[in-house]
Each structure stands twice: as C-alpha cells, then as structure tokens.
Design a protein around this ligand. Structure first.
Ligand code: UDP
Ligand code: GLC
Length: 385
C-alpha cells in the first residue's frame, strides 16, 4: 500500500503491547510519515524495519513504567520532562500534516503540543475510559482534551465507544474501527508444538496476555487449584511496570501447590502459533477489555475461548455463540467453564467453525487498514480544503 499523507504517529512506550502491534500494521507503507516514541525499546527496533522515519524523545525513557494509577503527587517531578516532550512533539508535527496519537499518554501530550503547532489530531484510543481503568482526574483530563483538541477518536469496539461517550466524550468524534488480525501459518501440530516446548500431553489451558492485575491471571490460577490434573501455560510478561504482580502470580502458584502444572513462558513473539498447543484459551480480564486481540487470535487458530463477560468480549464472541462467557473475577464459574470444555471438546466443533468464520469476516487486517486509511485521508482532505 502506498500512502501519501505525512502522519506523525506518537506512542509513549517502547514496549510492544496490543496497541503497538496495531500501530505496526497501520504504519505499513507510509514512507512520508514518522513515528515519535517517548523511549527506545522493542517497538523502536520493530519500527526501524519499516519505511517511515523514527524520532525518539530525549526525555521520555522509562515513562511507560509509570503506572496509570500512580498518584499525581508522584507525577510532579515529571512535569519538566513532560513539557520537554510536548515541545519535541510540536517540533516534529511541523513537518507533518496530521498527528496520530496511539496511546492515552501520547494523546494528552500531543493535544498540548497542538497548542504550539496546530494539526488535525487523531486519537487511536485503545483504552476503555471507565472508573475501573482510570481515576476521576485522568478521565476528566482525557475527555476535556479530546473534546477540545481531537479531530477524530478511533476506538476498537462499541464498548470502548460507549465508555468514551459515557465519560463525557463527544459522540461525533468517535469512529469505531475493529482491530484486524491475521494468523501466521503454523504447519506444526499441537502435539509437535507441545513437544518442542517440553509440555505435558494432558489437558492444557493457556492464557496469553501481558501480566497485569486487571488481566486476571490470578483468577485462572485460583480456578486451576480446583481442577486437578489440568496443566496451564501463562504466556506474557509485565510490560508496563507490573513486576510486583508477576511476582505475586509466581507466589500464588507455590501457595496453591500448582508448580508442577503451571508453566510461565514469559513474553513470546509467536503467540498465535503457541495457541494451537492448548485445549482452551482463557481470557480472564477482571475489568472491561477495550478489545482483546488474543480473543480473535484464538478464534482464528481454531481454539475454544473462555472469556469474561465485560467490555468488548461479549461482542467479539457474539454473546457466547463464538466462545464461552463467564462473569469477571469468579474463579468457580471459570473452573466449571474450563471443565466443561475439556470434558466434551467434540461438542464444540460447530462453535469453533463459527468463531473462525466470524473472525475472518469481521476482524481482518485489510478492513482495519482501509477504515483507518479512510479517516486519515478525510482529515488530510479537510485540512487541505
Ligand atoms: N502477546 C505477545 N506475546 C506475549 C503475550 C501477548 O505477542 O507473550 C500479544 C498477543 O498475541 C496479542 C497482544 O500481545 O496480539 C495483546 O493484545 P491484547 O489486545 O490481547 O491485549 P493488550 O495487552 O493490548 O491489552
Ligand atoms: C489495548 C487494549 C486491548 C486492545 C489493544 C489493541 O492494549 O488493552 O484490549 O486489543 O489495545 O487495540
């Protein structure tokens, strides 16, 4: 794809979470664009292989480890660095037609940079602005800036759109663009993948999300404690400062006597392939999930899904038709859903077929890129008019 617009993509992190995997698809073929990152990391390395320019802030290293729920008092010493980043973004924006913020922190600073250098501003909002995820002050800042400075707010789901509007965001800013995913080819069978990872042959559950309290891996561990003989792989690492939670999970495994059944595989770059090795993929988020790429990855991989009934999951799983839904933070309900999938896997054949069809039809990469490209083109045309 060739795209002419000069877009400045801004992201606060050098890590690669789901939002950054989307960014890596969106920047494809955009030779006249640049990415501005607050810090170096795996994302800057991945972007270096793309055709667009790359700008790294002099002031932002480590800011992505600053947790959303950290108090504003802790933030005060950061103010000088944030101001310096705002100036850097404004300077970079001068050589571009459109600014595209790919994260909440990036949006806030890009919106303020817009006071210095005015450009149409897209916020690709990968978060769900609810009280579970953000404090009242953060919600107020985000919504006030969005209403005042965003030209468009792209969200990945109806749930994220509703939360934005409910928090006071202007409805006419919102454009829903579902995330698009593609499944890499994996010729190996489940048995071969398990052998390569030295995993046991029995019933195996997997969770494939970064380690964070709201992603709910602890609920799965509690469920496993009541499911003798069921093994589990926990794939993913703490990406945004949640190392304490990672340590708690390992402690919980010991306390519940699960050490011989649970394997932590850390962050992997081959998740959709690894999924094929498990009998069921669990998505145990205790707070509403803005989208949840791993849901669609499992649907594409032909693996049964059990997800919590909050945020975008009920929509992606079509109310339970394309996978099972359980109440959030309820390890007993999760354990019985896992037991029922493991007991009668053949009963799920038509659900798996439907899920795969739905994932291909609704959540393709080309559809997502067309829709986002359309938003960018319209803004460019508007700016030129
Ligand atoms: N992922 C990965 N390696 C891991 C764990 C997860 O590459 O070890 C990927 C996963 O396959 C998915 C993305 O990270 O594509 C996470 O996106 P999701 O929307 O599920 O959640 P997020 O972490 O963005 O909140
Ligand atoms: C965020 C959300 C996740 C979403 C991803 C891509 O990281 O937590 O639900 O799938 O962005 O939009």
């Amino acid at each position: 794809m060739m795209s002419d617009e000069r877009v400045l993509f801004v992201d606060h992190t050098g890590q690669i979470g789901g939002a950054e995997l989307i960014l890596l698809d969106v920047v494809q073929g955009r030779k006249r664009s640049s990415a501005f990152l607050f810090e170096q990391g795996p994302l800057s390395q991945a972007l270096a292989d793309k055709e667009l320019g790359l700008i790294i802030s002099k002031w932002g290293q480590g800011l992505s480890q600053f947790r959303r729920d950290s108090s504003w008092l802790t933030a005060i010493p950061l103010v000088g660095r944030l101001a310096a980043i705002i100036v850097e973004i404004a300077r970079a924006a001068r050589a571009h037609d459109i600014v595209y913020a790919n994260s909440q922190k990036a949006f806030v600073l890009a919106a303020l940079a817009g006071l210095l250098v005015k450009r149409p501003l897209i916020w690709h909002l990968h978060d769900i602005i609810t009280p579970e995820h953000f404090g009242a002050v953060q919600r107020w800042v985000q919504i006030t800036l969005a209403n005042a400075r965003a030209t468009k707010v792209i969200v990945p789901s109806q749930a994220a759109a509703e939360a934005f509007i409910e928090a006071g965001g202007r409805r006419n800013l919102v454009e829903i663009v579902p995330n698009g995913l593609a499944l890499p080819l994996e010729p190996r069978s489940a048995r071969e993948i398990r052998a390569a990872l030295d995993l046991p042959a029995g019933p195996l559950v997997g969770v494939f999300s970064r380690l964070a309290p709201w992603k709910g891996q602890h609920v799965l561990l509690e469920a496993l404690a009541t499911l003798p003989g069921v093994g589990c792989i926990i794939v993913g690492d703490a990406l945004f400062g949640e190392q304490a939670y990672a340590a708690e999970l390992k402690q919980l495994v010991l306390e519940r006597g699960l050490a011989d059944r649970v394997r932590f595989l850390g962050h992997r770059s081959d998740v959709p392939k690894l999924m094929k090795a498990v009998d069921v993929m669990v998505h145990p988020s205790i707070d509403p999930e803005p989208f949840g790429r791993t849901l669609v990855e499992a649907m594409l991989a032909g693996v049964p899904v059990i997800a919590t009934n909050a945020g975008a999951a009920p929509d992606i799983l079509e109310g339970g038709r394309a996978g099972a839904l359980v109440p959030p933070n309820d390890h007993q309900a999760l354990a019985s859903a896992i037991a029922s999938v493991l007991a009668r896997p053949q009963a799920l054949a038509s659900q798996l077929e439907y899920a795969s069809h739905r994932a291909h039809a609704q959540y393709g990469v080309a559809q997502m890129l067309d829709a986002i490209g359309g938003v960018i083109r319209r803004l460019q045309a508007g700016a030129a008019a």
